[in-house]
Design a protein around this ligand. Structure first.
Ligand code: AVJ
Length: 324
């Protein structure tokens, strides 16, 4: 397709990812230091996130899986068969098969910026669903993506599980929802649908524990960013002098992950010098939590009208079906 074969990662002569370098250097220069959460997911970070999903404290994956398992008949009735499922992200071994089993789609199109993950998960899914056309597209889904010609005439269902939308501030989330609409196309009479997972506001202690587990896996996931900076950007950041923090920001309704300096420190990244005072932090991730109304409002602002909504038995997580 039009999107394949394009180099999505631009590197300089030394093989350094240019976007990573500029995000880190710009982020460390801010008064409140901050690095975009997407850089948490290198190979080690993606593996650590996998480990997080099976932690006792990390409820979102289990809660969302429970909803997808319990609502197969309703999905089938509301979504119908023969749609092309376009997944934003390359699909998980658990959630995607549940949806595909429920609705019997005509094609499955996973979109992901990481070609390696895309090829791995596509191969696994194709094996599990013989006869289902699996058409992966290596692309940045934050922008409009050209879908394979094979699915052009099919009705579409976008699938965006995991409450990944929660990692974005409202402005970025709205931009993404609008790009999804553009990607999925459709006409007045043939509107695309979107099935999206959105995590819910709940007891602060439950939220903070989900992002600061007793075994320290989430701490490792956060600290891995510093290891990655040291490795890829010639950094001298003292990893052991940072502690992981997961803080509820009530004004913005989100869990924030930070790396907090235990002592005053100086370090270099790409030959630039930085200093931090004890107690100062690097903000590394937001995970927004929604109420039923705030979820609907965000979807509406992004051009999607909610049609149906499901939660798990403890009302921890929501899955929403919306129409363009
Ligand atoms: C998969 C990105 C939605 O915010 O819950 C888990 C990432 N960060 N623990 C989330 C994450 C720390 C996760 N998302």
């Amino acid at each position: 397709t039009a999107n394949q074969g394009i180099a999505l990662v631009e590197r300089d002569e030394d093989g350094v990812d240019k976007a990573f370098r500029s995000d880190v250097l710009a982020g460390l220069q801010q008064t409140q230091k901050a690095i975009p959460a997407r850089w948490l997911y290198d190979d080690a970070g993606s593996q650590l996130f996998e480990d997080i999903t099976s932690l006792e404290e990390y409820y979102p994956t289990r809660a969302e899986t429970q909803i997808l398992e319990a609502r197969k008949d309703e999905f089938r009735r509301l979504i119908g068969a023969d749609r092309a499922v376009v997944e934003f992200g390359s699909g998980s071994s658990v959630k995607t098969p549940l949806l595909l089993e429920a609705i019997a789609p005509a094609a499955y199109v996973p979109l992901d910026i990481s070609g390696d993950f895309l090829r791995q998960s596509s191969a696994a899914l194709a094996k599990k669903f013989p006869g289902l056309p699996v058409l992966p597209v290596e692309a940045d889904f934050m922008k409009q993506v050209t879908l394979p010609a094979e699915v052009e005439e099919m009705r579409k269902l976008g699938f965006f599980p995991g409450s990944t939308i929660g990692n974005m501030v409202a402005r970025t989330a709205v931009d993404l929802l609008r790009s999804m609409r553009a990607t999925l196309g459709g006409t007045e009479g043939e509107r695309p649908l979107l099935l999206i997972g959105m995590d819910l506001v709940k007891d602060v202690a439950v939220l903070e524990a989900a992002y600061d587990d007793a075994r320290g896996v989430t701490a490792e996931f956060n600290l891995n960013l510093v290891r990655r900076i040291n490795r890829e950007l010639d950094g001298t950041i003292p990893v052991d002098d940072f502690v992981h923090r997961a803080i509820w920001n009530d004004d913005f309704s989100r869990i924030e992950m930070h790396l907090e300096a235990k002592c005053d420190m100086d370090f270099e990244v790409c030959e630039q010098r930085f200093s931090m005072a004890a107690g100062e932090t690097i903000h590394t991730e937001n995970s927004h939590k929604f109420s039923p109304r705030s979820a609907n409002l965000l979807l509406l602002a992004g051009g999607w009208t909610p049609m149906a909504r499901w939660t798990d038995d403890k009302d921890r997580f929501s899955v929403i079906l919306a129409e363009a």
